[in-house]
Each structure stands twice: as C-alpha cells, then as structure tokens.
Design a protein around this ligand. Sequence first.
Ligand code: GLU
Length: 466
Amino acid sequence: MKEIVTRFAPSPSGYLHVGGARTALFNWLYARHNKGKFILRIEDTDKKRSTEKSINAIIEALKWLEIDYDEGPYFQSERFSLYEEYIEKLIDSGQAYYCNCSRERLDNIRQEAMKSGSKPKYDGKCRNLGLKRGENSVIRFASPLDGVTILEDAVKKNIVFQNSELDDFIIARSDKTPTYNFVVVADDITMGINAIIRGDDHVNNTPKQILLYNALGAKLPVFAHVPMVLGKDKARLSKRHGAMSVTAYRDMGYLPGAMINYLVRLGWSYGDQEFFTRDDLIEKFALKNVGRSAGVFDTDKLLALNAEHIKKMGTKRLFYYLNPFLKNKGIETEHSDFMDGVIKTLNKRSKTLTDFAEGAEFYFAKDISFEDKKAKKLLNSDAKNLFLTAIPEFEKADDFSEAGLEKVFLKIMEITGLKFGKIASSVRAALTGKSISPGIFEMIAVLGKEKTVQRLKAAVKFIEAL
Ligand code: GLU
C-alpha cells in the first residue's frame, strides 16, 4: 500500500482552538497508525488575517500536545510561483479562463438571482471569449456545466453535488493572488497528501476541489469530514462553553495526554473505552470509527479524564509535566526518591497539575506558615502538650514507614488518652499548615523524621508566641 500522507492546514488568524486541535490530532493519528507522514502547512495567503503571533501560537500548541510533524511548517505565502504554474496549466488546457466582467455586472447578476430566488451564479460570459490578461481580470475555473460530482466521504458516505449548481468560481483574483480552494488543491497534490480529515464546514468546498483534482489529472485523496464540536447546549462551540484555546488548558494544569484523549473522543470511539494512552490511540485509531454525530465539549469530563491520567502516569514522567508548576511556586527540585514519594501521596487526589503543585508545596517549605485559618485554630495549648509528648516518640522511632508510624501513633494515643482523629488533625496542621493533606501516615513517611520533628518543634514555638 502507498504511504499515507496527511496534513494539518490551519489558517493562522488566532490561537489553536479545540476544534482545530482535534483536526490536527485525527490527521496525526491516522498518519502514525499507518506509519505514514504528517505535514504541517500554514495557510497564510490572507495577509490581513494571518499573524506571526498566531503562527507561533499554533506551533506552540502542537508542541505541547506532542503532535509532531514530519515536514513543514510550509507557508502558502512562500509558494506563489507554484500556484502560478498550476494556473498556467489550467489556462493552457482550456480549463480556466480570464474574465473581465465588471463588478457592476456581477452585482447585477447577483441581484437578479436574489430577486428570482435562485442561487447567485456567474453566467459564463467570458468563458469562450479567449480573453488575455487585462488589468482587472480574474481567472475562473471552467466548471463542468452538467453531470454530478460525488464526494465519497469516509465519514459521511456519498454526497452528490449537481455540477449545474457550481459556478465558474474564481481561482485567481485580479491582483493575481490565488484563492483558497485552488491553493489547497495545488498544495495537497504537490505534497502527495492522500488523506484529508477536516471539519465538515469544508464539505461545500469539496466538490470544487474535486473538480480541480480532475482538471489537473490528479488522483483524489480520501476525504473524511468530521462533524463540528458543539457545546453542552448543542450550539457550536464558543468561548462561553469554556476556554477555546488549547494552551489555556496547558496553563490550567492539564496533561497533553489527557487533552488528546479527550479531543479524540469528540468524534471517534472504540467500543465504550474512555481512557486511552497516546500509544493506545496510535494503535487503535481508524477512520471507520469516526462518528457522524457532533462531539459535545464538556469541561467536567475533561477534568475527570485529566485526574485519571495523573493517577495512572508513572512518577518520573509525571514529574516532567509537574516540574514547571512547581517552579511557578518557587520550588526548584529534581526527580528523586523523595519526589517519587511526594507524587505517590498526591496523584490520586489531584485533578490538575495546578492542584498537584499546590498540594505538594508544604513538602518543600522551609518553614510552615500558619495562615490557613482552620489549621491555625487547631494550634492551641492542648496541641502544644500533645506535640511535646509526640516529639520524643517520633525521635525515638526507627521505623518511619507507614506501618511503623501507625505504631508511633498508637503509642501517643496511649500516653495522651486522645483519639486518633484529634492527634492526626493537630499533627497535620503542624506539619502542613493545612487542615487537609494526603493520608497522615503516608505523608509523614515521605516527609521523614528530621522534618517531622523540626516542624512539630516549630509549631510548639508558634503556639507559645500566640
Ligand atoms: N485552512 C483551512 C482552515 O483552517 C483548512 C483547509 C483544509 O483543511 O483543507 O479551515
């Protein structure tokens, strides 16, 4: 079989949004599953709307999602001579022609059509005039006048278009710049793209593109048009449904693996499996499992999936993703056994990396500040007496494992006559400065004897100073 070549072809007029990222992902997965090639092409022919900032944002977002490309980024703005060549070919073969109809004339045609309730369509006046280039002439494609064009879509199945409905659309404007449908086809042919997966907002462009492939004597790619992503209220996804920019989710502490897992499920399924690793997806992705109904973007589901990815990821890898969030909190650290321990106490209870870093902060603190009101309330003279009893018990203990610590606690309960819950909440407040934390034994086991004793002593001083 021929190598599969796919592409992602964003128009850089904003950040990479959820729908765009899903398109990129589907093309990438299809290429990776088939051991093919994935190309990035920036469609920046619209100079007014394309910005450098947006190009960088798109590239950065793909990098974060770990969607890597084998070729590109190519820029359409740098490929005009190629487009001219293709246009020449069409003119030479009589499949495209110069048209010098005035704006006024075209406006009249449009208005007439509107009046009679028919679809506005160029009437082909210049089609057989054999005009040369004039100052204001455009180039039109000589579209077949009858017959049908069939889009054999891998997702939507066959869609039939009447050629009589399509007009002689413009392929180059009077300033010589080629139009969207034309450059897409010229590029896709030149780049050897043989599978095009994109949003179904492009379905109506596709018959024109198919006709251009035919005119240029090129083989058609596989087309797969995926339904748009909707919000929970079934309206087309927009800002009011949550952040649209993919990197906003990075900044909120989502794992790229969770994001792609969520994105893929907006239109693709594999039985009722919800959780997929990246390797899983590459192994299982197939066009036949892309659905025909629109995916609904639900930030609660994304959050739940993120928590699951955090829980299931190995500690070393998780540290790699967590580290920037720790740095943000001023925690400079490396991967270590201690870090492993920290991660294992928090990975089951953190929904985002932001939560995670916040939850981990106390482990690294030099001194615990008792700003948390609930924690501070626990630090009273009773707690002081408890700590004075507990400190020597912790100092004496030579087994600081969870099981060992359980014994230390039993001993403290015996000496003080206090209930476990009371001891645990006071000790927790002293060690973490908070009223909630990971399980007390696992947390102290990771913290270690030295820090535990030092923090209990500091808490005693804090209480004395109150
Ligand atoms: N540049 C187009 C867009 O961003 C995509 C073109 C295509 O995929 O064919 O919508």
